[in-house]
Write a protein that binds this ligand. Structure first.
Ligand SMILES: Nc1nc2c(ncn2[C@@H]2O[C@H](COP(=O)(O)OP(=O)(O)OP(=O)(O)O)[C@@H](O)[C@H]2O)c(=O)[nH]1
Ligand SMILES: [Mg+2]
Length: 339
C-alpha cells in the first residue's frame, strides 16, 4: 500500500484569451465598424477537501496541474469561451504551503471546503471597445493576462479526534478495527502497522469520532529507532491521546514506566504532545483474568499521577462500554446523561 503524506506539485491557472480585432463585413456597407469579441477568462485552480481520500498518493504521477486557457475572442462580437477551472482534490487535513516562502495558503479542515488557489487570467477586450468618435477603425485589442503558476508543498496532518499511541503490538489496530469500519492489518508481531490509518467510530445520535492509529513507537524513536517519529505529526491535531499498554508485556517491568517512556519519545518530537489531554487503556485484559489485584494497583498508580486508566480487551470488547461512555461525556457535553 502506498501512503504519501508529503507531496510537491506545480499548479498553473489558465491564460486569459486575447481580444479580437475584426470589422463588420456586410454587403453594401464596405466600411463596417469594429466587431472583435472579448477573450474568455482562464480557468482557476481550486483546492477541494474530501473525506474520500486518506493520503496524497493520487498526486504521485501528476506533478503539473494546469487549468484551461480562455479562448480568444472572434469576429461578430463573439466572446471566447472561459477556460474550465481545475479542481485538485485533497484529503481533509491537508496544508498547502508556498514552497518558496513557506506561507500557508490553505488549511483544508472540512469535507467539501474549497479554496481558490490561483485565479485564471482575464480575457482581453476586443476592438469593439476601442472605437471613439475620432478612431472609428481601431486596430487594437487587449491581449489576455497570463495565468499564474505556483509550486506547492502539500503536507497532510490527520484531523482526528483521538490518536491511538503505544508500543508495537499493544493492540492499537485491533481496537481501531473493533470500533470502526477501518480494516488495518493486525498481526502478532511488532510493526505490523507501517502507515497511519483513520477510522470513524459512529456513536449514538449521529455523533461520531475520528480515530487515528499510528505505527508503534519504541524507546529511541527520537533517534530514529523503529519507524521513528515519521508519523507523529498525524496525532498533533488530535484532541485526546489514548495510550494503549499491553498488560502482558511491560518492557520496563512496570506499566507506569512504560507510559513515561512513550511520553518521553513523544515529547522529544514535539513538546505540544506532552501537553495534550491523554488517558490510558490497559489492554489484553482477557489474558489476565477479571479480578487480578495488579490491575487495581496499576490503576491506582495512574490515579496518583492524575491519568485516567481503564482495563479493556480490544479483542473481546471488555471495558469498551466504559471507554465509550467516558468519550461521550468528554466530547459531547450536550448529552445530558442520555445513552
Ligand atoms: N488476547 C488479546 N490479544 C490482543 C488484544 N488486542 C490485540 N491483541 C493481539 O495483539 C497482537 C497485536 O495487535 P495489533 O492490533 O496488530 O497491535 P498494534 O498495536 O497495532 O501493533 P503495531 O501495528 O505493530 O504497532 C495481535 O495478535 C492481536 O490479535 C486483546 O485485547 N487481547
Ligand atoms: Mg497496528
Amino acid at each position: 500500500m502506498t501512503f504519501l503524506d508529503e507531496a510537491v506539485i506545480t499548479a498553473r491557472s489558465g491564460d486569459g484569451g486575447s481580444g479580437c480585432v475584426s470589422f463588420r463585413r456586410e454587403r453594401f456597407k464596405p466600411r463596417g465598424g469594429p466587431d472583435g469579441g472579448d477573450g474568455g477568462d482562464g480557468g482557476s485552480i481550486i483546492l477541494r477537501a474530501t473525506n474520500r481520500l486518506q493520503n496524497l498518493s493520487h498526486l504521485r504521477s501528476s506533478p503539473l496541474f494546469k487549468a484551461q486557457n480562455g479562448q480568444p475572442g472572434r469576429g461578430k462580437n463573439q466572446s471566447g469561451r472561459n477556460g474550465q477551472d481545475l479542481v485538485i482534490e485533497l484529503p481533509v487535513g491537508t496544508l498547502a504551503l508556498d514552497r518558496e516562502t513557506h506561507h500557508v495558503l490553505a488549511d483544508l479542515i472540512s469535507d467539501g471546503q474549497e479554496v481558490v488557489l490561483l485565479s485564471g487570467g482575464r480575457g482581453g477586450k476586443g476592438n469593439q471597445h476601442f472605437a471613439t468618435s475620432t478612431r472609428r477603425t481601431p486596430r487594437i485589442a487587449q491581449p489576455g493576462t497570463p495565468g499564474q503558476e505556483i509550486t506547492l508543498q502539500l503536507s497532510l496532518k490527520f484531523l482526528a479526534d483521538i490518536g491511538l499511541v503505544g508500543f508495537p503490538n499493544a493492540g492499537k489496530s485491533t481496537l481501531l478495527s473493533r470500533l470502526t469500519t477501518a480494516r488495518p492489518r493486525i498481526d502478532s508481531y511488532p510493526f505490523t502497522t507501517l502507515v497511519p490509518n483513520l477510522g470513524v467510530w459512529y456513536l449514538q445520535g449521529h455523533r461520531s469520532l475520528v480515530l487515528a492509529d499510528i505505527p508503534g513507537l519504541i524507546e529511541g524513536a527520537s533517534e530514529g529507532k523503529g519507524l521513528g517519529h515519521r508519523f507523529l505529526k498525524h496525532i498533533e491535531r488530535t484532541k485526546l491521546l489514548v495510550h494503549l499498554l499491553d498488560i502482558t508485556y511491560t518492557p520496563k517491568n512496570n506499566i507506569i514506566e512504560d507510559f513515561f517512556a512513550l511520553k518521553k519519545e513523544m515529547t522529544a518530537y514535539n513538546p505540544v504532545l506532552a501537553e495534550k489531554p491523554h488517558m490510558v487503556l490497559i489492554n489484553k485484559m482477557d489474558l489476565y483474568g477479571d479480578h487480578c489485584r495488579d490491575v487495581h494497583e496499576m490503576q491506582k498508580a495512574f490515579e496518583q499521577i492524575e491519568v485516567v486508566s481503564l482495563p479493556v480487551s480490544a479483542l473481546n470488547g471488555m471495558g469498551i462500554r466504559d471507554f465509550k461512555k467516558m468519550l461521550l461525556e468528554r466530547f459531547f457535553s450536550d448529552l445530558n446523561g442520555e445513552e
